[in-house]
Design a protein around this ligand. Structure first.
Ligand SMILES: NC(=O)c1ccc[n+]([C@@H]2O[C@H](COP(=O)([O-])OP(=O)(O)OC[C@H]3O[C@@H](n4cnc5c(N)ncnc54)[C@H](O)[C@@H]3O)[C@@H](O)[C@H]2O)c1
Length: 258
C-alpha cells in the first residue's frame, strides 16, 4: 500500500501544468481544479482575451501561480512557444492537458477539406505538437508527470455524419494517447485520455438536446467540473499506475447506445 495520504495522492504542489484551450468551458474547469490541487497553471488559448479573463477569474478565487499564453496549438511555433513560456515563467513543465478543440459540423456530402483540415489540425495535430514539445522538455528535465488528452466518446463509437472530421480527430487522439504512453514512459510520465459525452459549455450552447439529458442513466448532462475531477485523478500521483487508458466521463451515455 502507498505510504502517501489521500491528500498527498492528489497534491500537485510544486508541479507546473499547461492546459490548452483554457479560456472557458472544460479547459477552465480543469485549470481551476489543478490550481486548487496546488499546481502552477499555464492557461493557453488562441483567444488571448478569453485566457486572460479566465486567469482573472481564477485569481479571484485566490490562485496566484498563473500565466496566460495566447497561441494556436496547431502551429509548430504556437506549441513550442507555449512550452518555452511555461519554462521561462515557472522553470519546468510536469503536466500537459491537451484540451483545445473545435467541433464545427456540416452535412457529410458538404464536408469540405477546409473544415476537415481545421478540425484535424486543431484537435489532433495540435495535441501531437504540444505533447512532443512537452516530451522534449521532460527529456531535458529527466522527468515528467502526465499528459492528458481530452478526446470524446465519438472517438470510440463514431458520430452522426455531420461530425465526421470531429469523430476522426478524436479517434486519432485516442490512438495517439496510447502511443504517447510509450513515448513518455521513459521519463516517468504517463499519458491518458478522457472521453466525455455531452458537457454543458459555452461552445456547446444550443447544440444539446435537453430532452436527451433525462434519458441518460445519471439524468443530466455533464459539467466542466465532472471532467475536471476525472482530469485531476489522471494527472495526480493517485493514478501513478494508469497509462495509455481512456476514461469515459459520460453519465452513462454510451450505455444507451447498446
Ligand atoms: N462540451 C462537450 O460536450 C464536449 C464533449 C466531448 C469532448 N469535448 C472536448 O472538450 C474540449 C473542450 O470543449 P469545450 O466544450 O470546453 O469547448 P469550448 O469551445 O467551450 O472551449 C474550447 C477552447 O479552446 C480554444 N481553442 C480553439 N482552438 C484553439 C487552438 N487552435 N489553440 C488554442 N486554443 C484553441 C477556444 O478558443 C476555447 O476557449 C474540446 O477538445 C472538445 O472537443 C467537449
Amino acid at each position: 500500500m502507498s505510504e502517501k495520504s489521500i491528500v498527498q495522492l492528489f497534491d500537485l504542489a510544486d508541479r507546473v501544468a499547461i492546459v490548452t484551450g483554457a479560456g472557458g468551458g472544460i479547459g477552465l474547469g480543469i485549470a481551476r481544479r489543478l490550481a486548487e490541487a496546488g499546481a502552477a497553471v499555464v492557461l493557453n488559448d488562441v483567444d488571448g482575451a478569453r485566457a486572460r479573463a479566465a486567469a482573472s477569474r481564477l485569481r479571484g478565487r485566490g490562485y496566484s501561480a498563473l500565466e496566460t499564453v495566447t497561441g494556436d496549438v496547431s502551429s509548430s511555433e504556437g506549441s513550442r512557444t507555449l512550452v518555452e513560456a511555461a519554462v521561462e515563467r515557472f522553470g519546468r513543465v510536469d503536466i500537459l492537458v491537451n484540451n483545445a478543440g473545435i467541433y464545427p459540423t456540416a452535412p457529410f456530402l458538404e464536408h469540405g477539406t477546409d473544415l476537415w483540415d481545421r478540425v484535424v489540425d486543431t484537435n489532433l495535430r495540435g495535441a501531437f505538437l504540444c505533447a512532443q514539445a512537452v516530451a522534449r522538455q521532460f527529456e531535458k528535465q529527466g522527468r515528467g508527470q502526465a499528459i492528458l488528452n481530452i478526446a470524446s466518446v465519438v472517438g470510440i463509437v463514431g458520430s452522426g455524419p455531420s461530425a465526421a472530421a470531429y469523430a476522426a480527430s478524436k479517434g486519432g487522439l485516442l490512438a495517439l494517447t496510447k502511443t504517447l504512453a510509450r513515448a513518455v514512459g521513459p521519463y516517468g510520465a504517463r499519458a491518458n485520455a478522457i472521453a466525455p459525452a455531452a458537457i454543458e459549455t459555452e461552445g456547446q450552447k444550443g447544440m444539446l438536446d435537453q430532452a436527451a439529458a433525462t434519458r441518460q442513466p445519471v439524468g443530466r448532462f455533464g459539467t466542466p467540473d465532472d471532467v475536471a475531477l476525472a482530469a485531476l485523478y489522471l494527472v495526480a500521483p493517485a493514478s501513478d499506475y494508469v497509462t495509455g487508458e481512456i476514461l469515459v466521463v459520460d453519465g452513462g451515455y454510451l450505455l444507451m447506445q447498446a
